[in-house]
Design a protein around this ligand. Structure first.
Ligand code: F6R
Length: 611
C-alpha cells in the first residue's frame, strides 16, 4: 500500500527520501516519486512507474538536491499505475502533495475546482487535495491555516504531506484514517507513514493521532488536534526492530521470517504463562471481569488473519465450550448482523490498519457487543487504539507481503485467549490448561524441529514446478491450515490453489483430480486420520499425486504417486501451528523455482488500508 516520506533539513535530503521509500517497499506499490525544493529555488519532481530503483536511476540521471522534500510509493486505487498518476501531485509549480488513503468526495471536489479554473493532469483522488489547498491559500496565505481549512472539506481517509515553494522552511502533514509518524532529528525533522522508513535517520518518534495537523520545521514541530488546539504528542524512543529491514543471510524476507518463528512465538508467550495457567491480565486490567461475562465470541479478520480466526473457532468450541462465529471483515461490515447477548468481538490483524477490519470494529461498537479485543502485531495501530482490550503478537515487523510469522503468533495468541476464556468461565476440562501451557512452552523447540524439514520440502517443491492447479485438503482444525497453505501458494507462486475440507472432495472437487493436479494434505495423528486416509484413496484412484505432511506416527508411507513427508509429533491442539511451517516452506520453494518476486508478489500490498 502507499508509503510517505518527508524531510526538512540543512543537508540534502534526496538520498534520505529514496532510502526511506526503499524501506517502505515491503508494503507493495506500483509507482514512486519525489518532489524537492531545490537549491535553485524551484519545486521539482521525478516520478517513475515500477520500483524505487527506477526512481533512483531517474534522480541519478537528472540530479535533484535540496533541504525540503516529500516522496511517495503509490499503490493504484483511482487511475492506472502511470507516471502522471504517480505522486507527488502539483498545483502550479509551487505546491506539492503526497497522500495515502482515499478521498471519497473527490468527484464533487474535482467539479468544483474545475469550475474555479483548475485543470487536472491525473485521474487520482489526490490531485483534488493539492488544488483545493492552492485555492484555500488565496484567502489563508499561511500553509498550516490553509491546510486546516482545506482538510475540513475532505471526506474519506488521508495521511498527507505538503510542501510549498513559497514557504520552503516547513513540511505540513495531516492525518485522518492513515497513520503518520514524525521522526525527530537534531536540527532536522522527518515524516513517514511508517517509522521503519526513518530508522536510518532517527530513533525518536512522535505519532500523529486522528485529526492531527503538524507543521514540521528543521528545529520545531507544532501539532494541532482535531479541534484545532495546539497539543504535545509524546516522544517515543524506538529500540527494537531496526534489523527488520535487513534480510541478513537469507535470500528473501519471507524465508527469514519463516525461520524467525521459534523466536517470535517464544516472545509472544513471554510474560503470559504462569506455572500451569495463562495469565489473563495479559489481555489488560479489565480482561478477567469482561471475560467472565462472555458467552459467545465473534471473530472478524481478513486473509491470513481470517484463517487464524477459523482455527480459533475449533479451539474455542472444543476446548473452552464457547460458541464462536468467524467472518471475513468485508462481509461482516456490510451485513445486518444479529448479535447474541454477551458476545465478545475479536478482531485479528497483523497491521492493525486493514480498512475492512477497522470498519467492522467501528460497526461492532454500534451493535451491542459486550466488548472488543484486538489481536494485533502493531501496538500503535488504529485497531489497538480503538479496541477495549488488546493482545499484541510479538512477531516484529513483517516485511514479506505474504504473512508467515504474523500468522503463527496470531494462532499462539488465540490459544492464549481460548485458555483464558475457559479458565475464567470454568469451562475447561480438568488438566487441559496445565497440559497446554506445558506444550506451549515446548512449542518454540517443536517449531525449530519443523524448520529442519526445510531441505526435504525444498526437494518436494520440484513436483509443482510445471503445475498450474493444486488442491489442499485438511480436516477439523487442519482445514483452515489447508486454506492458509493454498493462499500462500497462490499469492507467491501464482499457481491456482484451492482448499477443501477433505470430506467435501467427493461432493464436487474430485472431478478436477488427474495427474496434473497435485493434492497437498496435512495429516496429524488424530481421530480424523482414518477418515482422511480414505479421502486420500479417492484421490489416488483418480491418478492424483498426493503430497502428505503426516505425523511420524501416522503409519503413512511413500508409494507410487504418494509422497509422505514426516512431521514431528505434537499434541493435536497445537498441530495447526506446527503444520503451517512445512506449508509455508513449500510455497516459498515453489515460488523460488518459478522465479517470482517472493517478497513483493504482483498486485498485492502488505497493508490494505483502503477498502
Ligand atoms: C496474506 C496476507 C493477507 C493479510 C490480510 C489482512 O499472506 O498477508 O491476506 O493477512 O490482508 O491483513 P492484516 O492482518 O494486516 O489485517
Amino acid at each position: 500500500m502507499c508509503g510517505i516520506v518527508g524531510a526538512v533539513a540543512e543537508r540534502n535530503i534526496t538520498t534520505i527520501l529514496i532510502e526511506g521509500l526503499k524501506r517502505l517497499e515491503y508494503r507493495g506499490y506500483d509507482s514512486a516519486g519525489l518532489a524537492v525544493f531545490t537549491q535553485q529555488g524551484n519545486l521539482e519532481r521525478r516520478r517513475r512507474i515500477g520500483k524505487v530503483s527506477e526512481l533512483e536511476t531517474a534522480v541519478a540521471a537528472e540530479p535533484l538536491a535540496g533541504n525540503l522534500g516529500i516522496a511517495h510509493t503509490r499503490w493504484a486505487t483511482h487511475g492506472a499505475p502511470t507516471e502522471h498518476n504517480a505522486h507527488p501531485h502539483f498545483s502550479g509549480h509551487e505546491l506539492a502533495v503526497v497522500h495515502n488513503g482515499i478521498i471519497e468526495n473527490h468527484e464533487e471536489l474535482r467539479e468544483k475546482l474545475k469550475g474555479l479554473g483548475y485543470s487536472f493532469s491525473s485521474e487520482t483522488d489526490t490531485e483534488v487535495i493539492v488544488h483545493l489547498l492552492d485555492h484555500t491559500l488565496k484567502t489563508l496565505p499561511d500553509l498550516a491555516d490553509a491546510l486546516k481549512a482545506a482538510v475540513k472539506q475532505l471526506h474519506g481517509a488521508y495521511g498527507l504531506a505538503v510542501i510549498s515553494a513559497k514557504q520552503p522552511d516547513r513540511l505540513l502533514a495531516a492525518r485522518s484514517g492513515s497513520p503518520l509518524v514524525i521522526g525527530l532529528g537534531h536540527g532536522e525533522n522527518f515524516l513517514a507513514s511508517d517509522q521503519l522508513a526513518l530508522r536510518q535517520v532517527t530513533d525518536r518518534f512522535m505519532y500523529l493521532e486522528e485529526g492531527d495537523i503538524a507543521e514540521i520545521r528543521r528545529d520545531q514541530v507544532t501539532i494541532w488536534d482535531v479541534a484545532g488546539t495546539q497539543v504535545q504528542r509524546e516522544t517515543v524512543q524506538y529500540h527494537e526492530g531496526a534489523e527488520a529491514a535487513d534480510k541478513g543471510a537469507y535470500r528473501h524476507f519471507m524465508l527469514k521470517e519463516i525461520h524467525e518463528q521459534p523466536t517470535v512465538v517464544q516472545r509472544t508467550l513471554e510474560g503470559r504463562l504462569g506455572k500451569d495457567h495463562v495469565m489473563v491480565q495479559a489481555f489488560g486490567p479489565q480482561a478477567a471481569e469482561l471475560f467472565a461475562k462472555v458467552r459467545n465470541v465473534q471473530i472478524v479478520a481478513c486473509g491470513t488473519s481470517y484463517h487464524a480466526g477459523m482455527v480459533a473457532r475449533y479451539w474455542l468450541e472444543s476446548l473452552a465450550g464457547i460458541p464462536c462465529q468467524v467472518e471475513v471483515a468485508s462481509e461482516f461490515r456490510y451485513r445486518k448482523v444479529v448479535v447474541q447477548p454477551d458476545t465478545l468481538f475479536v478482531s485479528i490483524s497483523q497491521s492493525g490498519e486493514t480498512a475492512d477490519t477497522l470498519a467492522a470494529l467501528r460497526n461492532a461498537k454500534e451493535l451491542g457487543f459486550l466488548g472488543s479485543l484486538a489481536i494485533c502485531n502493531v501496538g500503535i495501530s488504529s485497531l489497538v487504539r480503538e479496541s477495549d482490550l488488546t493482545l499484541l503478537t510479538q512477531a516484529g515487523p513483517e516485511i514479506g507481503v505474504a504473512s508467515t510469522k504474523a500468522f503463527t503468533t496470531q494462532l499462539v495468541s488465540l490459544m492464549l485467549l481460548t485458555l483464558s476464556l475457559g479458565q475464567v468461565r470454568g469451562t475447561l476440562a480438568a488438566g487441559v490448561e496445565a497440559e497446554l501451557v506445558e506444550e506451549l512452552r515446548r512449542l518454540p523447540t517443536r517449531l525449530g524441529e519443523a524448520l529442519a524439514m526445510d531441505a526435504i520440502v525444498e526437494k518436494t517443491a520440484e513436483l509443482f514446478a510445471d503445475k498450474h492447479h493444486t488442491l489442499f485438503l485438511g480436516r477439523g482444525a487442519q482445514f483452515p491450515v489447508a486454506m492458509e497453505g493454498a493462499l500462500k501458494l497462490k499469492e507467491i507462486s501464482y499457481i491456482h490453489a484451492e482448499a477443501y475440507p477433505a470430506g467435501e472432495l467427493k461432493h464436487g472437487p474430485l472431478a478436477l483430480v488427474d495427474s496434473d493436479m497435485p493434492v497437498v494434505t496435512v495429516a496429524p495423528n488424530n481421530e480424523l486420520l482414518e477418515k482422511l486416509k480414505s479421502n486420500l484413496q479417492e484421490v489416488r484412484a483418480r491418478g492424483g499425486e498426493l503430497i502428505v505432511f503426516a505425523d511420524e506416527a501416522a503409519g503413512m508411507s511413500n508409494g507410487e504417486g504418494t509422497h509422505v513427508i514426516a512431521v514431528p509429533h505434537i499434541i493435536d491442539a497445537l498441530a495447526p501451528i506446527l503444520y503451517t511451517i512445512p506449508l509455508q516452506l513449500l510455497s516459498y520453494y515453489v515460488a523460488v523455482l518459478k522465479g517470482t518476486d517472493v517478497d513483493q508478489p504482483r498486485n498485492l500490498a502488505k497493508s490494505v488500508t483502503v477498502e
